[in-house]
Each structure stands twice: as structure tokens, then as C-alpha cells.
Design a protein around this ligand. Structure first.
Ligand code: HXC
Length: 258
């Protein structure tokens, strides 16, 4: 494999990125983020792939940015390297649907990486948190922004100011995760969801994702506008004509992905 810190596999139509620094609980170094970005580039360019899953180990999705690597750094080191942009942008900018499969710790940059995905499915062992404040710093790739939009001000402030962890049940109640699954069933459930998504019309999935994401960037009336335009645009898709014809003819649609 060309990757040192992650494993990238194509399983049918699903691309799986597995963080692989088990001794450090998948701490996210600069190198890890660069590899994740490269893997997303590759999977996005691969026509065989219709959905991307990011996961870690059973004990940890990722326990945050690599504290040993960050400790000696200065302001100018961080500013010049634009660490947060490399780590923060690529997954969120992916046009193919993405799922985070979280077991164990998703802390700091780990929680932020999970939140860059379109949705999170977690095991009952999952623990989410933004403990940066305990290190004298603050979240840098979405922990004050995506988390606040996902779970609201009260819980986001609580987590960012106390650094405490939230268990899977609290994360689901708060709306951070879409489903909780027993730990030994996590990947089965996530792969089933990913395969289901990958089998949908690819352009329709990309439009659905784009429309939901606009909800976080625009006032409601503008978001409704974007949705309406994309909805109308689906009427130019061969997959849309086929999908509706298949329903009427009581058969499964055959997507051309165009
Ligand atoms: C570097 C880490 C690490 C991290 C764990 N390790 N987290 N190394 N960076 N974020 C290492 C430990 O040093 C240890 O290595 C090994 O992984 C196992 O961890 P333990 O602490 O021994 O395990 P345990 O007692 O089970 O505790 C698990 C834990 C704890 C509660 C998750 O490891 C922990 O608190 N980790 C740090 C969490 C954190 O603060 N994350 C935020 C980082 S800041 P050795 O060699 O000692 O055995 C951040 C900013 C992001 O994410 C902003 C921009 C990207």
C-alpha cells in the first residue's frame, strides 16, 4: 500500500478508509491527514466507488490530533503549514456520500473528522468529546462550529469548556449520531448502509448531499431555493426517469448514473 498510517480498500462500490495507528489510538498527525486527503482524492476519482466509509479501531476512531507532534510547534509553524486546512477541508468537500463508523474514542480532531462525514453511525462503546481545553488549546477543525450546529449551543459549550466525554446514548439524543449499533455489528451495519447508498443514482445522491449541506450555509429561503433548483435538475437525469418508471412497472431501477 502507498499509505503508511491508513488502510484504503475498495469493497465493491464502497471505499473504506481505516485509520491504522493502533498504538497511538489513531492520533491524527499531519501525515495521517495528508493520507486521508489523498485517499479521498483517489476514491472520489474512482468510478467504481459510490460511497466512502471512514473508520478506526474498536478502541478508538481517533483520540485526536497527535499531541506529541503538536507539542513543540509554534504559532508560525501551525499558521504556515495550514495544518487545519489540510485536515479540515478534504473530507467535508467530498462530493460522494461519506459515513463515519465510530467505535471507542472520537476525541478532539477525531470527533471533528467524524463530523466532516455526512453522518455518523457509532457503536455503543463510542465516546465523543472536545478535550482540547484540557491541553490549553481549542478545537481547530470544526469542534466549535460543526458541533454547535449539530447539537446546539448548550451541549457544545458544555463539551468544549469542560472537555468531558459524551457516551453513545447522549450523542444520539443530542443528534450527533444517526444510529447506535452493538460494537460487534458496527461494520456490518455501516457497510449495509454504504452499499445501499452506493446503489442509488450517484448524481441524485450527490445532489441530495449538496442540498442538505446548504442548510448549514444559508437562510431557509435560500436553502429552499437551492433545494428546488436541484430537485428540478433531477428531471434532467436518466436515473430519475428510470427510477419512476421502475416504480410504476414494479421492478428495480437500473441506474446509469447520468
Ligand atoms: C498522541 C496519543 C493521543 C493523542 C492517545 N495517545 N491519544 N498520542 N496524541 N491525541 C497515546 C498515548 O500517549 C499512549 O501512548 C497510547 O496512545 C494509549 O493511550 P493511553 O492514554 O495510555 O490510553 P487510555 O489510558 O486508555 O486513555 C485513552 C484516552 C487518552 C482517554 C483517549 O489517551 C487521552 O486522553 N488521549 C488524548 C485525548 C485528547 O486530548 N485529544 C485531543 C487532542 S487535541 P504511550 O506511548 O504513552 O503508551 C486535538 C486538536 C485538534 O485533537 C485540532 C486541529 C486538528
Amino acid at each position: 500500500s502507498v499509505y503508511e498510517h491508513i488502510i484504503v480498500e475498495g469493497k465493491g462500490a464502497v471505499g473504506v478508509i481505516t485509520l491504522n495507528r493502533p498504538k497511538m489510538l489513531n492520533a491524527l498527525s499531519f501525515g495521517v491527514f495528508r493520507e486521508i486527503a489523498a485517499a479521498v482524492d483517489d476514491l472520489e476519482a474512482d468510478d467504481a466507488i459510490g460511497c466512502i466509509v471512514i473508520t478506526g479501531s474498536e478502541k478508538a476512531f481517533a483520540a485526536g490530533a497527535d499531541i506529541k507532534e503538536m507539542q513543540p510547534k509554534s504559532f508560525i509553524d501551525m499558521f504556515s503549514s495550514d495544518f487545519t486546512a489540510i485536515g479540515g477541508d478534504r473530507v467535508a468537500r467530498c462530493r460522494k456520500p461519506t459515513i463515519a463508523a465510530v467505535s471507542g474514542y472520537a476525541l478532539g480532531g477525531g470527533c471533528e473528522l467524524a463530523m466532516m462525514c455526512d453522518f455518523i453511525i457509532c457503536s455503543d462503546t463510542a465516546r465523543f468529546g472536545q478535550p482540547e481545553i484540557t491541553l490549553g488549546t481549542i478545537p481547530g477543525i470544526g469542534g466549535t462550529q460543526r458541533l454547535t450546529r449539530a447539537i446546539g449551543k448548550a451541549k457544545a459549550m458544555d463539551l468544549c469548556l469542560t472537555g468531558r466525554m459524551m457516551d453513545a446514548a447522549e450523542a444520539e439524543r443530542a443528534g450527533l449520531v444517526s444510529r447506535i449499533v452493538p460494537a460487534d455489528k458496527l461494520m456490518d451495519e455501516v457497510m449495509a448502509a454504504a452499499e445501499k447508498i452506493a446503489a442509488m443514482s450517484r448524481p441524485a445522491a450527490a445532489m441530495a448531499k449538496e442540498a442538505v449541506n446548504r442548510a448549514f450555509e444559508t437562510p431557509l429561503s435560500e436553502g429552499m431555493n437551492v433545494e428546488r433548483n436541484l430537485f428540478h435538475a433531477t428531471f434532467a437525469l436518466e436515473d430519475r426517469a428510470e427510477g419512476m418508471a421502475a416504480f410504476i412497472e414494479k421492478r428495480k431501477p437500473v441506474n446509469k448514473n447520468r
